[in-house]
Structures are given as C-alpha cells and as structure tokens.
Write a protein that binds this ligand. Structure first.
Ligand SMILES: [Fe+2]
Length: 180
C-alpha cells in the first residue's frame, strides 16, 4: 500500500521496470511477425534502446534504495501486448499486419511516455534530480521512437497496405484516380 510519495514512487518505478522487461519480449514477437524491413529495423533499434532503458531504471531504483528485483508484472502493458498478439495471430504476414503492428507498438510507446512523464515529475517533486534526469533521457527516446513509427507508417507501411487493398479488391478501378 502506498502511504507516502516514496511508496508511490517505488510502485511507479517498479511498474515501469516490469513494463520495459515485458515490452522487450513483446517486441521480440513483433519482430518475428513484421514483414517490412523498415519496421524490422525500427523494432530492433528500439529493442537495443529498451535494454539501456532497463539499465537506467535499475540505476534510478538504486539511487532511491529500491530493490529492482521486486518488480511485479505490469498489467497495463500485458494487456497491450496480449492485444498485439491477438492481431498477429489473426493476420497473415504482410503490409496489413505491419500496419497493425505499428498501431500496437505505438500503444506501448504511449503507455511508456505516460509512465516516464509521471516518474520524472514525481522524482523532481521528491528532490531526486539525478534520477529524474536519467529517466528524462528515456522519455525523449520513447517520444522519438513513437515519432519514428508514425513516420514509417505514413511514408511506407500505410500506403503499401492501401496499394495491396486496391490491387486485390478493386482490380477494375486500378489507376482510375480515386485516391480517397
Ligand atoms: Fe519504448
């Protein structure tokens, strides 16, 4: 039970730590399911980043005298990853599944952005500027990862899925100029 700011900080920090560890497994599954080379690269890069982010959380835990091995399972991320797995299981490999993977990955990033935003604010308020600065680095990485996924979807993955739709479902109207 949380009765003090320190208690709450501990809960939030351990939740983020568990979330990142679970997200790493989730990304492994997403990597296996992704067809686009660009998406595979983005996932691989973020997996490497996530390993460093886990280290930062462990460091921050140490600064606060929190035992990082006490991290429980993060149910929020678990739910998001279960949804991602459902989509993977429902769809054939290809551009449409890649669109679904980007959506799933961005939901995870947004969860993490919210978690790190809160952690930075709580650490700042609790007079822990070093730990706050450490996690602020991660917060920026999460925002950048999210932006990278948006860009990838807009430039490559969404148009490719739409092209496939048009080719498969509407062969008579191909090239008719209806871009809506
Ligand atoms: Fe992330």
């Amino acid at each position: 039970m949380a009765e003090t700011m320190q208690d709450l900080l501990e809960i939030e920090l351990l939740d983020a730590l568990s979330a990142e560890r679970q997200a790493l497994d989730g990304m492994e599954a997403m990597l296996d399911a992704a067809a686009s080379q660009g998406l595979r690269r983005a996932i691989q890069e973020h997996m490497a980043e996530t390993r460093r982010q886990i280290e930062r959380l462990e460091q921050a835990a140490q600064m606060l005298g929190i035992e990082p091995d006490d991290a429980d399972s993060c149910e929020g991320i678990q739910g998001l990853l279960e949804e991602a797995q459902e989509m993977i299981d429902l769809m054939e490999p290809g551009p449409l599944r890649d669109v679904a993977l980007v959506a799933a990955a961005q939901k995870v990033e947004h969860y993490e952005i919210a978690a790190y935003g809160t952690l930075c604010a709580l650490l700042g308020a609790a007079g822990q500027p070093q730990a706050a600065a450490l996690l602020a680095e991660t917060l920026e990485e999460e925002k950048a990862a999210d932006a990278r996924l948006s860009q990838l979807a807009e430039r490559e993955i969404n148009p490719e899925a739409l092209r496939r739709d048009q080719a498969a479902n509407d062969p008579d109207r191909r090239g008719a100029g209806s871009a809506a």
